[in-house]
Every structure is written in structure tokens, then in C-alpha cells.
Design a protein around this ligand. Structure first.
Ligand code: B12
Length: 211
């Protein structure tokens, strides 16, 4: 892998957002594609952050700094990703469920989906079922993505799916779910259409549901 991509990954890991933004621009100037910089620079760095965080070698403040650096790199790539890569892969409304304020994973999923050509409507965090329903009605997305990081907020996913059913909108949208405590078994149990254990598999699932 090229040296500059490794530098992007290691500066993202360190949470140095200025360096990540500058290096992303430099990589573009060297002729690397935005997709390559995203996958082998930014995501590679974030994967390492995720692994070390799981192992207890990194703590929350470091994860937040790395996420900020990821955003800085994405800001450089975003305009190019949206015009250069796949035209429009589909539209997704995404949010973290009511009662839950965790958004690092959801933001990563949204960024990866955007990189893969999806149009994103991000409702943010603490999104109540009725707001998801309203967005499905108004935005007419192909997919609805819900994130939950707390075992106490996971049931909100089921409540939201039920609210979609009650509003007569369930057949209009494919529902995908994710977040650290969420599993395929849970997704099946609540009647979701798909589950993604990380941002890359979220994109794969979204693509396969789009046919
Ligand atoms: C960072 C963090 C916080 C930050 C959140 C900052 C932010 N802006 O998000 C802060 C400090 C604010 C926080 C607060 C709390 N937290 Co917290 N937090 C975490 C921590 C350390 C990391 C979560 C994270 O960002 N991971 C990194 C991302 C990249 O991973 P991810 O979220 O899993 O996302 C990936 C996948 O799951 C998937 N994915 C995620 N969403 C989606 C959506 C879709 C559609 C798809 C397909 C895929 C997908 O793709 C993502 C990218 O790969 C976890 C510990 C852990 N190991 O998970 C605890 C953790 C989730 N928190 C926990 C708790 C208890 C809390 C608090 C209640 C603490 C308190 N007493 O106040 C509050 C709750 C606040 C609230 N109401 O939400 C517990 C939950 C326990 C449980 N089983 O319910 C955990 C597990 C810590 C622990 N071991 O106790 N937290």
C-alpha cells in the first residue's frame, strides 16, 4: 500500500485532523482515487481504532478524536466521492433510536454509505419512532437504518418497525439495524430486513437489499 495511505491511517489513529485533511488532499494531488483514500487510508485507520478500542488499548476521548479526524478527511473527499463514484445507489434515512445518544458508529455507517453512492438523510440521535415514520413518509427512502448502542434502547427498533406497520409504510422501505449489542438474531426477531456488524458490512447489506 502506498506510503501516503499509511500516513493517513496512522494520523487518523492519532486523531490529528489537520494532518489527515492535508494528507488526503496530497493523496488526491498524487492521483489516488477518493475511493482508495477512503478505504485504504481513512477506513484502515478507523478499523485499527475500533480493534484497539475493543481490546481496551484506546479510550473514549481517543476514539472521539479519531472520529473527528475521519470527518476532516471525509470533508476533503466528499465532493469528489459523490460525483466520481457510483451515481446514486439509493436513498437511506438513518438515525440513532430514542433514548440513545451514541453516534460514532452511525456516523461511520452514514459516511461509508455516502462513499458508496447512497443519498443520506441523517436524523441524528435520540430519534423517536414517530420521527422515523415521518421521514419515511416525507423522504421516501429505499432504506431505513437504525442504530442502538444500549441494550435498554434496542427495543426502540421494534417499536419503530411497529410504528411503520401501523402507518402502513412497512412495505415501502427496507429496514436495516446495527450497533454494538445488535445481532442478526435480534434483527430477525424484530422483523428487520438486514443487519450490519460494521460500516463495511452495512454497505454490503444495503447494496444487496437494493437488488
Ligand atoms: C463512545 C461511547 C460513549 C460516548 C458516546 C459519544 C458519541 N458521540 O457517540 C458517551 C461518553 C457520550 C457515552 C455515553 C453513555 N454510554 Co457509552 N459507550 C461508548 C463506547 C465506549 C464506544 C461506542 C462507539 O462509539 N464505538 C465505536 C463505533 C465505531 O462502533 P459501533 O457504535 O458499534 O458502530 C459500528 C457497528 O456497531 C455498526 N453500526 C452502528 N450503527 C449501525 C447502524 C446500522 C443501520 C448498521 C447497519 C450498522 C451499524 O457499524 C459501526 C461502524 O463499524 C461503548 C463501548 C463499546 N465497546 O461499544 C460504550 C457503551 C455503549 N456505553 C454504555 C453506557 C452504559 C453509556 C451511558 C448510559 C453511560 C452513563 N451512565 O451515562 C451513556 C448513555 C448516553 C445515552 N443516553 O446514549 C455501555 C452500554 C451497556 C449496554 N449494554 O447497554 C457501553 C457498552 C460501555 C460499557 N461497556 O458499559 N458512551
Amino acid at each position: 500500500m502506498s506510503e501516503i495511505l499509511q500516513k493517513i491511517a496512522s494520523n487518523l489513529y492519532k486523531g490529528d485532523r489537520e494532518a489527515v485533511a492535508e494528507l488526503a488532499q496530497e493523496a488526491l494531488d498524487q492521483g489516488l482515487s477518493p475511493g482508495e483514500i477512503l478505504a485504504d487510508g481513512l477506513m484502515a485507520g478507523m478499523d485499527r481504532v475500533g480493534r484497539d478500542f475493543k481490546a481496551g488499548d484506546l479510550y473514549v476521548p481517543e476514539v472521539l478524536l479519531a472520529a473527528r479526524a475521519m470527518h476532516a478527511g471525509m470533508d476533503v473527499l466528499k465532493p469528489l466521492l459523490s460525483e466520481a463514484e457510483v451515481p446514486s445507489a439509493g436513498k437511506i434515512v438513518i438515525g440513532t433510536v430514542k433514548g440513545d445518544l451514541h453516534d460514532i458508529g452511525k456516523n461511520l455507517v452514514a459516511m461509508m454509505m455516502e462513499g458508496a453512492g447512497f443519498e443520506i438523510v441523517d436524523l441524528g440521535t435520540g430519534v423517536p419512532p414517530e420521527q422515523f415514520v415521518e421521514a419515511v413518509e416525507g423522504e421516501k427512502p429505499d432504506l431505513l437504518g437504525m442504530s442502538a448502542l444500549l441494550t435498554t434502547t434496542m427495543p426502540m427498533m421494534r417499536t419503530t418497525i411497529e410504528a411503520l406497520e401501523q402507518a402502513g409504510l412497512r412495505d415501502r422501505v427496507k429496514v436495516i439495524v446495527g450497533g454494538a449489542p445488535v445481532t442478526q438474531t435480534w434483527a430477525d426477531e424484530i422483523g428487520a430486513d438486514g443487519f450490519g456488524s460494521d460500516a463495511a458490512s452495512a454497505v454490503d447489506v444495503a447494496r444487496s437489499l437494493m437488488g
